[in-house]
Write a protein that binds this ligand. Structure first.
Ligand SMILES: Cc1cc2nc3c(=O)[nH]c(=O)nc-3n(C[C@H](O)[C@H](O)[C@H](O)COP(=O)(O)OP(=O)(O)OC[C@H]3O[C@@H](n4cnc5c(N)ncnc54)[C@H](O)[C@@H]3O)c2cc1C
Length: 458
């Protein structure tokens, strides 16, 4: 396994990363990316095992509910979490490929084993550019709107296209490339799943960041602690050797990957939503105290709403883990009905929880002076004095709370988090589709009839 420092060195491989119009020569020293690299390096050190023959346990398929729970709840760092989700997605899909495309399933298992042996990190490349949303891939004006195979050779394929929004790609080693949806029989060229190393010729990653570079980072504590880059991962005619191809041409199997990813990415997303719901409830209680409002009835009700929200999400995650199912390979996967329900409630109610928090905090959430104004001898003591709410708390403490709340709810990071909760892992509608498919409506109909003594429908 790699230490944090070995991981840092492994990223100096000539990868083509771009940010705000410039090529980034070294992500480990670039002011925007270094912070993410450091967070991932801490994760490496946290789980480092010096055994030279060891395999990274990070991507070991869970074989029991307890192992699944540990995997979901213990995340050494964000990149490790994404890597684990990617590996679980591939291994789940392998089970579905076994009967029809055994070579693809074997390639997946060998690929994941190799990643474990070399202790690499993989990110999820699923969302295509998609062009006109109402048109199928083969009907788009630009045939590259969905990633596709443009050439087949005896030793592999050449792919072209772009995956959008991809989290943490500049600091990972591998790209898990999978179809974004179910493909039709005439869309064999779009039915491609494979593993591509980030430094492969033809791969370019163009990133977006949330925080402007000229701000005082102390005023943006969330952005600073939790920055995550998102990028266009462009595959500009990239060669993929046969052993890294998991699916090529079998349109009817294309949905297996997106389906598997949905389950694994949402379970992790739900676990993180619970943390965030608790943090929001915690901040609501802290700022209510600092404002002297903790005993006011409507404030207490709002904090209670936030506690109920966090508890419902936690209960749904618990239900998803307790009702996990065992796949043919022996791998244990979370229950999709509870996961999708939790993810849907978490995303759709987040706006109300944000409203409660902002309502309790008051206007200083938007207008509190900067930490630099505290450093200025001409203004520091005056800002501290007038920032005091309840006398038990000093002005600087209350100012820091306001900065945290602003960053959590309305800064570029706050907006990022609210949109991420709505769309990452599939939009609200995607959660509803899974939920509707998994909910036992037949049983509900029978119960409805039985409850009034009716024996059958019609
Ligand atoms: C912060 C963040 C992180 C992300 N990380 C990753 C990542 O690491 N890897 C990755 O692959 N993706 C990632 N995504 C992408 C995410 O999965 C997509 O944003 C999501 O699937 C929605 O796709 P879209 O953005 O193209 O929106 P669209 O698909 O354009 O959806 C917009 C709206 O249009 C509706 N719609 C779309 N098509 C149709 C149609 N044909 N008929 C009816 N309604 C339709 C949708 O339901 C939705 O309401 C991330 C997104 C965000 C915001």
């Amino acid at each position: 396994m790699m230490t944090g420092d070995q991981y840092r060195s492994s990223l100096k491989d000539g990868r083509r990363i771009y940010f705000r119009g410039q090529r980034v020569d070294d992500v480990t020293t670039h002011p925007t990316f270094a912070q993410q690299v450091d967070a991932a390096a801490v994760g490496y050190d946290k789980i480092y095992d010096p055994d030279p023959n060891g395999l990274s346990q990070l991507m070991e398929a869970p074989r029991s509910i307890e192992a699944l729970r540990r995997q979901t709840e213990d995340e050494p760092d964000l990149l490790s979490g994404i890597s684990c989700t990617s590996a679980m997605t591939l291994l789940t899909a392998a089970d579905r490929l076994d009967a029809r495309r055994p070579q693809g399933a074997d390639n997946i298992r060998a690929y994941v084993k190799d990643i474990q042996r070399r202790d690499l990190r993989i990110v999820e490349c699923i969302t295509d550019a998609k062009g006109d949303r109402t048109l199928a891939p083969a009907k788009q004006a630009d045939p590259d709107a969905y990633l596709r195979v443009i050439e087949r050779r005896t030793d592999g394929v050449v792919i072209r296209g772009c995956k959008l929004h991809i989290a943490q790609a500049p600091i990972a080693h591998e790209l898990m490339v999978i179809p974004t949806k179910s493909m039709k029989p005439d869309e064999g060229d779009y039915s491609i799943a494979c593993g591509v190393a980030v430094d492969t010729p033809g791969v370019k990653i163009v990133n977006a960041g949330t925080l402007p570079s000229d701000v005082d980072r102390r005023d943006y504590p969330f952005a600073d602690a939790h920055f995550c880059s998102h990028g266009f991962v462009i595959f500009d005619d990239v060669f993929v050797p046969n052993e890294r191809i998991f699916l090529d041409g079998e349109a009817d199997l294309s949905a297996a990957f997106a389906h598997s990813l949905g389950t694994w990415t949402r379970v992790r997303g739900l676990a993180r939503m619970i943390d965030e719901a608790d943090i929001m409830a915690g901040f609501a209680s802290l700022i209510a105290d600092a404002n002297g409002l903790e005993k006011v009835a409507h404030i207490r009700e709002k904090i209670t709403d936030m506690a109920i929200h966090a508890t419902v999400l936690r209960a749904l995650l618990e239900a998803a883990l307790s009702n996990a199912r065992t796949l043919p390979s022996g791998m244990v996967a979370p229950d999709e009905l509870y996961i999708s329900t939790g993810k849907w409630i978490g995303a759709s109610e987040r706006a109300l929880m944000t409203r409660h928090l902002q309502d309790i905090a008051g206007g200083s959430l938007l207008t509190a002076p900067s930490r630099a104004d505290l450093d200025n001898p001409e203004t520091g003591d005056l800002v501290r004095k007038y920032m005091v709410g309840a006398a038990a708390y000093d002005g600087e403490y209350r100012l820091k709370l306001f900065h945290a709340l602003k960053d959590l709810t309305v800064s570029a990071t706050g907006v990022y988090r609210s949109i991420a909760s709505l769309t990452a892992g599939g939009g609200l509608f995607a959660q509803r589709v899974v939920l509707r498919n998994r909910y036992d409506i037949g049983r509900a109909r029978r119960m409805a009839l039985e409850s009034v003594g009716m024996e059958r429908e019609g």
